[in-house]
Design a protein around this ligand. Structure first.
Ligand code: AMP
Ligand code: GLY
Length: 420
């Protein structure tokens, strides 16, 4: 008999997780909470919020699931994995001590220093610091300023404008007590998702996100407007350096601790002109939309892989990857990312749910009283395709997104441009 699983979260990433679990032979039953109009096709949605830790633990107990897969970072930072383990429920997603790798930039820097992992040099500024002197010392490039809290993607400012830099530094010190000023790293970004537990790790194929709202990487930062996988900027040689200099030392560092890391470590990379990788950030979860393009390239049982990591059995996992390409395009609501118009009817979504090469991942969607699918968030959905070439995957996704109607919505038309 297969396992039952509870997926926590309700975005495009969680839809992609449910889809991958639904085609895993090890999985019988899927629950999602709160889920969305897409996850509902693979199992049962529940109405416990991803921020209600006690409610989530109660739900997992009541459903008697074999394990829990946590999509977003906030419940992990709030100790969801710790609480589940107290009830003997395995959790894919690290415990609170490790979730700090995403929750605190300073914690992540100290972990990288301890593990000897390459990242940008940094200063910690507080109320008694001479801000102008620190800015002078790093004035040859744009200044990179990072708040030391979970800020939902709004905690980093990269700017050459001194007054903007000072304002952000002063505000951050006022609210948080201190702030990080980092050396600017030039280069190209990529994401490497590494599934890990105490016994081992599995590097998933590297991907590339598109964080700016508009074509040509212009406009405001977003949660991610599209992604593709694999990302050719991570050549074989760079992949090897990333494993040797970053993944291996982080895995050794984390698995030497009393509490092992069980889940996925998202390594945000900057690759410089010499092909040397540096860590820009760690996240303690799958990226969204990187998840949508990475999971479909796993050739095998994703449910078994995630359960293995939740139970320290990863060293036994044999994982191979399809030699295909995946690309996803995000459709966003009018006004996103500044403010998003919600509650509008979406047409043209349903019919491709189960095709094997192109599908729609729901993110900010809900069903209204008449059963219509309506928008309920900034990033509404994404269209993912898998094909033998990146160009084909892109053509398929763009052809499919044309069939979807949502008044005022926007999407980028150049996803994959760096690779094509
Ligand atoms: P983070 O939340 O740390 O990933 O930062 C958000 C974005 O800011 C990254 O995706 C990069 O585009 C940019 N960024 C962060 N740190 C640096 C850095 N040291 N040098 C250049 N760009 C950076
Ligand atoms: N797409 C970037 C992230 O999930 O943080």
């Amino acid at each position: 008999m297969g396992r039952s699983v509870l997926v926590v979260g309700g975005g495009g990433r969680e839809h992609a997780l449910c889809l991958a679990l639904s085609i895993s032979e090890s999985i019988d039953t899927i629950h999602a909470t709160p889920g969305n109009a897409g996850t509902h096709h693979f199992g049962t949605n529940h109405n416990v919020s991803a921020s209600d830790i006690d409610g989530l633990v109660d739900l997992a107990k009541r459903l008697a699931v074999d394990y829990v897969v946590v999509g977003p970072e906030a419940p992990l930072c709030d100790g969801l994995a710790d609480q589940l383990l107290l009830s003997n429920i395995p959790c894919f997603g690290p415990q609170q001590v490790h979730a700090e790798l995403e929750g605190s930039k300073l914690f992540a820097k100290k972990a990288m220093d301890a593990a000897g992992v390459p990242t940008a040099e940094y200063d910690v500024l507080n109320a008694s610091s001479n801000i102008n002197a620190y800015l002078d010392a790093r004035s040859e490039d744009p200044w990179v300023i990072k708040r030391d809290v979970l800020a939902g993607g709004k905690g980093v400012v990269v700017t050459s404008d001194r007054s903007e830099a000072i304002e952000f530094i002063e505000q951050s010190i006022e609210t948080d007590g201190h702030v990080l000023l980092e050396r600017f790293l030039p280069g190209e970004e990529a994401s490497m998702l590494v599934v890990m537990d105490k016994s081992g790790y599995v590097c998933l194929p590297p991907s590339q996100d598109h964080k700016r709202a508009y074509d040509g990487d212009e406009g405001p930062n977003t949660g991610g407007m599209g992604a593709y996988c694999p990302a050719p900027v991570v050549t074989q040689a760079i992949h090897q350096k990333t494993v040797e200099r970053i993944v291996e030392p982080m895995h050794s560092h984390l698995s030497a601790m009393d509490i092992p890391y069980r889940g996925v470590l998202y390594v945000g990379l900057m690759i410089d002109e010499n092909g040397d990788p540096y860590v820009v950030e760690f996240n303690v979860r799958f990226g969204d939309p990187e998840c949508q393009v990475t999971l479909p390239l796993i050739d095998g049982d994703v449910g078994e892989l995630l359960y293995g990591a939740a139970t320290d059995q990863l060293s036994k996992a044999v994982v191979s990857f399809k030699s295909q390409h995946a690309l996803t395009v995000v459709l966003a609501s009018e006004g996103y990312p500044k403010s998003a118009v919600k509650g509008r009817k979406i047409l043209g979504v349903e019919r491709s749910l189960d095709t094997s090469s192109t599908w729609v991942s729901h993110a900010g969607t809900a069903s209204d009283e008449q059963g219509n699918i309506v928008s309920s968030g900034g990033r509404v959905l994404s269209v993912t395709s898998v094909s033998d070439s990146l160009q084909n995957a892109r053509d398929l996704s763009y052809a499919r997104i044309q069939q979807i109607q949502l008044e005022g919505s926007h999407h980028r038309t150049d996803i994959g441009h760096r690779a094509l």
